[in-house]
Design a protein around this ligand. Sequence first.
Ligand code: PLP
Length: 399
Amino acid sequence: MNTQEYLDLENEYGAHNYKPLDVVLTKGKGIWVWDADGKKYMDCLAAYSAVNQGHCHPEIIKTMMAQAQKLTLTSRAFRNDQLGHFYKELCELTRSHKVLPMNSGAEAVETVIKAVRKWSYKIKGIPEDKAEIIVCANNFHGRTITIVGFSTDPTARSGFGPFTPGFKIIPFGDADALEAAITPNTAGFLVEPIQGEAGVIIPQAGYFKAVREICDRHNVVLILDEIQTGLGRTGRLLAEEHEGIEADLTLVGKALSGGFYPVSAVLSNKEVMDVLQPGEHGSTFGGNPLGCAIARTAIRVLKEEKMIENASEMGDYFLAGLKKIQSLHIKEVRGRGLMIAMELFPEVGGARQFCYKLADKGLLCKETHEHTIRFAPPLVIKEEEVDWALEQIGAVMTA
Ligand SMILES: *Cc1c(COP(=O)(O)O)cnc(C)c1O
């Protein structure tokens, strides 16, 4: 089948809730992918940071195949021999006390909201049904009704109400606004360390130190959504390390399985997680042995193959290279590690045209919002490959 036939097939039978670039991928290896016509591309999106370890990582394949032949799903009605190891290894890696495994990122967000609400009634003493959670404008935390209910993006929320109450929205990067929004009924503050979908928005230095201090002072739980920023993407295991703070609760997903299988988790201190009692929360697939085995290997190779250090070095190199491109279209280049954005002037007329031009040259990336292109390749990218990417980007932006 050729590309057009695949497009026709998807368009006829599938829901149209996405507007992908018209590239039909059939194969991937490391930072490279191939389309239905055999054309090779560098993947500079990495499935929104779900394939930090690179496509089809050989060690993860081995684990997945071996585990698939042994045991895939028990449900949590019974125990399995992978779950405890997964808990321990993830806790040791992230210095957490407790883990609650789910599948998608949105489910981890839902889980943390439930846990923090319960904690606020049982431990903090907020009156039942009064808990408030503070979130930031331009957040992205997923697509469920509760989550889109506290989104400020009209496309994400309009037409989907009524929404779950109990959320308050403040500007991102403004610690005073956080302090002002806190009431005796505030249970938690849910925030991304760097706003990814909003266009890689990095708060001012010192913001999270202030946030940590304010949350401590008011006994408000700090929840960092590191589903995109976590697991090496920003050149540190968790982006909170750049700020020298520790969240009370951390959400991870995406790269937790290296892109093989949906695995997410809530990482918690003991006090919050211990409020959840048997039967109060769960998921048929959450914590299944196949997902756990895959995630164990995915986090092992991240460490063993020094992908986090590489993300830091290559990120600096990539960012410096992008900053050298002289183009009238470029308003700003910013990033941390391999989470990089190039914002174009609005007069240029949208970033998508450049994504197509880059695809022609063999580099896949995706606009986020109208005017910003995100560059976020797998963390295994090498210097000469960054050079190649810079050449293509330079050619397109200065043409
Ligand atoms: C992708 C993402 C989510 C949602 O994850 P899904 O697996 O798509 O449900 C939540 N938060 C952030 C910051 C994300 O980037």
